[in-house]
Ligand binder design. Structure first.
Ligand code: PDD
Length: 287
């Protein structure tokens, strides 16, 4: 049975309950993080805590814990749960108010919840098959850099992708490819790795940043630039990155082959670098 954390207490997940008056439940008024755990070590925790703080600031919820307290809580949560590899989910809502009112309640304590589930290893071999994706109009709001729990557009778009027998939707806004419904986007164009620049249109992914760091450290040419829809269609390779999927090669877009319909050469190189980084983290030699 997995152990969760709720407002200062560790307890069995099944027993963790919040009030129906919680603003997360009534308004989707909260933010979240997903943090991978490899060999019981939290992956890039300082980066996740920084993004958590940015999201809290973005929705004007005071950070209920210091970074040291977050760190202690999450390490304890991982320790109390089974599996060397896990995925930690945490969320902070504006809390429970006496009545339903859009305006912020006064003197409300944020609700802090965290859980961790065993993470099946994302095998390179499974990724070798590649995934299919479709493009869809981006129907989200204008502050997608905030990791808000209000995910209805993402849920609807991901489901549309699944209904089309694909793994992910790549979102198009004003003629540009932005990111996936729950992942960041990379393409390889004329041998260069390209990803859209961070900004309000997309989530600043932790996996994305690591891929860019690995590219820089290994002499792989890359740029952060807008990706017109036409370039997406012409790309030699398309990758989707996230904490849970790592680096997923897209081999079919809207039923058309990308490259020769197999994961590309640069993906092969990058996934190796990424796995090496994870191995170093497992050994305690990286963060
Ligand atoms: N989602 N863009 C969106 C819209 C996302 O929801 C996510 C991750 C990413 C990738 O970010 P990161 O590399 O930090 O995981 C990009 C998580 C995994 C989720 O919602 O479950």
């Amino acid at each position: 049975m997995s152990t969760a954390y709720l407002n200062g207490t560790f307890l069995p997940l099944e027993q963790a309950q919040v009030s129906v008056m919680d603003r997360g439940f009534l308004f989707g008024d909260g933010i979240y993080e997903v943090i991978p755990v490899y060999n019981r070590k939290l992956f890039r925790l300082p980066h996740h805590l920084k993004r958590l703080k940015n999201s809290l600031d973005g929705v004007r919820i005071g950070n209920p814990l210091t970074d040291a307290e977050w760190s202690e809580l999450l390490i304890e949560l991982v320790g109390r749960n089974a599996g060397d590899d896990q995925a930690v989910y945490l969320q902070v809502t504006r809390g429970v108010a006496a009545r339903r009112d859009h305006a912020f309640p006064v003197d409300t304590r944020p609700t802090v919840f965290a859980m961790s589930t065993p993470a099946p290893a994302v095998s390179t071999r499974a990724s070798e098959a590649g995934v299919k994706a479709i493009t869809l109009p981006d129907i989200r709001w204008q502050q997608c850099d905030i990791k808000a729990i209000t995910l209805l557009p993402n849920v609807l778009m991901r489901q549309q992708a699944i209904d089309a027998a694909t793994a992910e939707a790549i979102l198009i806004k004003n003629g540009y490819a932005i990111e996936g419904a729950a992942s960041n986007l990379f393409i390889v164009l004329n041998g260069d790795l390209v990803t859209p620049p961070n900004g309000p249109a997309l989530l600043p992914g932790i996996t994305r940043d690591l891929v860019l760091e690995l590219a820089a450290a290994n002499g792989i040419p890359f740029r952060e630039a807008d990706i017109p829809e036409l370039e997406l269609e012409q790309a030699e390779e398309i990758w989707l990155t996230s904490s849970t999927r790592e680096i997923s090669p897209v081999t079919h877009l809207n039923d058309r082959l990308i490259g020769n319909g197999q994961p590309g050469a640069l993906w092969r190189r990058m996934i190796r670098l990424y796995q090496d980084y994870k191995e170093a983290l497992r050994r305690g030699e990286a963060s």
